[in-house]
Ligand binder design. Structure first.
Ligand code: PLP
Length: 420
């Protein structure tokens, strides 16, 4: 019998097709614009210079000569690719050095390097958890965490973003689920740049006997005196069981890592399918990451961490003064605030976000546009982010552009959300 449904039908009729077609027609699609220069504070895109406020190159190390040399040396010594899995022919001394240095930096027994951050999450969660277990996630956790949970077929119990009362309820319910329980949160949430209340989360996990994993993608090489991430900054390194990070942000490369107890890392090394059944990262990516880790761990690292956060505060103040609703830094119970390199502007409406993105782009500033499902429905953001290497003149120039664009945008499209 011939099937009546074509699996390709959904590529024509999916719920975003009309929206995408309309955005293309009006030329406001904020995605897939082509970069024709290196990822620096000012880039060339589609024939013009744009101030880059839409990158995760937080320390600005992608063009650093030591990092470039790390990549070039690895390329010349080990060639363009390793053409095989870490398990078989794809492990080089640079992987072992990198794993040892990251474990030392993060203060864990061991670390395991994956080819991407996405694979580090999927390969950890999809292997460590099984159908009998329960995994509790923050609703704003990164998609790769959710993908790992889905792969594992563990019982998924999401809780409302950063709501400790909901987490407690989920932990209480999970106690009756009969399997092991793992809580997974982002240390710094990727879209809003806010920080998880890790001390309280760790206390709750301890009270209920659950394990805790923290994704430090946006925090490694940024937060804490050593730059070891949110767990270091908030003093909970000893209470967190597993810490994941990527190399595609502060570390100016591509790849991912899971750091934690030796027995868990050994288990993943031998059983994680997204680790075993994929090719090892190209040597240049590993060499660049190792060079960037060494810069972070030197005295210069502290200067870079301070500079990127200072730039974030500067941009935050400048945009707030213009009357944008900028997501506030996370406030701790002692009244102090945690600034991160992510400085998001709340827009709300998807179309307004797209039109404002386009006006900024034409005026010479590139930012990222986050709409549902990256953020909750009607919660569109223009996600700006800074580098340690943005100088004040460039940031001032971008703030002037925001001011001019906001004025003309509001005249044409009505008011944007005011500061809270
Ligand atoms: C919080 C978080 N976790 C994991 C990842 C995946 O990392 P990668 O891009 O290195 O695969 C990202 C990347 O955007 C992220 O923001």
């Amino acid at each position: 019998m011939h099937t009546s449904i074509d699996v390709f039908a959904k590529v024509r009729d999916h719920d975003r097709a009309a929206l995408l077609a309309a955005a293309r027609e009006t030329e406001v699609l904020p995605y897939f614009h082509v970069l024709t220069s290196a990822a620096m504070p000012v880039v060339e895109m589609e024939g013009a210079e744009r101030i880059m406020l839409g990158s995760n190159n937080y320390l600005g190390l992608t063009g650093d000569e030591r990092v470039v040399k790390g990549a070039a040396d690895a390329l010349h010594r080990f060639g363009t690719g390793l053409t095989g899995s870490r398990l078989l022919n794809g492990t080089i001394p640079l992987h072992l050095e990198l794993e040892r240095e990251i474990a030392e930096w993060m203060g864990t027994e061991e670390a395991l390097v994956f080819s991407t951050g996405h694979q580090a999450n999927v390969g950890t969660l999809g292997t460590l958890l099984g159908p009998a277990d329960t995994v509790i996630v923050d609703s704003a956790d990164h998609a790769s965490i959710l993908d790992g949970c889905l792969l594992s077929r563990a019982k998924l119990r999401p809780f409302r973003h950063n709501r400790l009362d909901k987490l407690e309820k989920a932990l209480d319910r999970a106690a009756g689920d009969s399997g092991g329980v793992l809580v997974v949160v982002d240390g710094v949430f990727s879209m809003e740049g806010d920080v998880a209340p890790l001390p309280e989360i760790a206390d709750l996990c301890a009270r209920f006997g659950a394990r805790l994993m923290v994704d430090e993608a946006h925090a490694l090489g940024v937060l804490g005196a050593r730059g070891a991430g949110t767990c270091e900054l908030l003093g909970v390194e000893d209470q967190v069981d597993l810490r994941m990070a990527t190399f595609s942000k502060s570390l100016a490369s591509c790849g991912g890592v899971i750091a934690g107890p030796a027995e868990v890392i050994e288990f993943l090394r031998l059983s994680s399918r997204p680790f075993i059944f994929t090719a090892s990262a190209v040597p240049a990516a590993v060499g660049a990451t190792l060079a960037a880790v060494r810069i972070c761990r030197s005295a210069e690292g502290r200067e870079l961490f301070a500079r990127v956060l200072d730039n974030a505060s500067y941009l935050h103040a400048g945009l707030s003064q213009l009357g944008f609703r900028v997501v506030k830094p996370t406030r701790l119970s002692d009244g102090s605030e945690i600034v991160t390199p992510v400085v998001p502007i709340v827009i709300g409406d998807d179309w307004k976000a797209a039109f404002l993105w386009k006006a900024l782009y034409e005026a010479g500033v590139f930012v990222n546009t986050a709409i549902h499902p990256a953020v909750p429905p009607a919660g569109a953001l223009l996600r700006t982010s800074v580098m340690a290497t943005h100088d004040r003149q460039t940031l001032d120039q971008s703030i002037e552009i925001f001011a001019a664009v906001k004025r003309s945008f509001e005249t044409e499209h009505g008011p944007l959300p005011p500061p809270e």
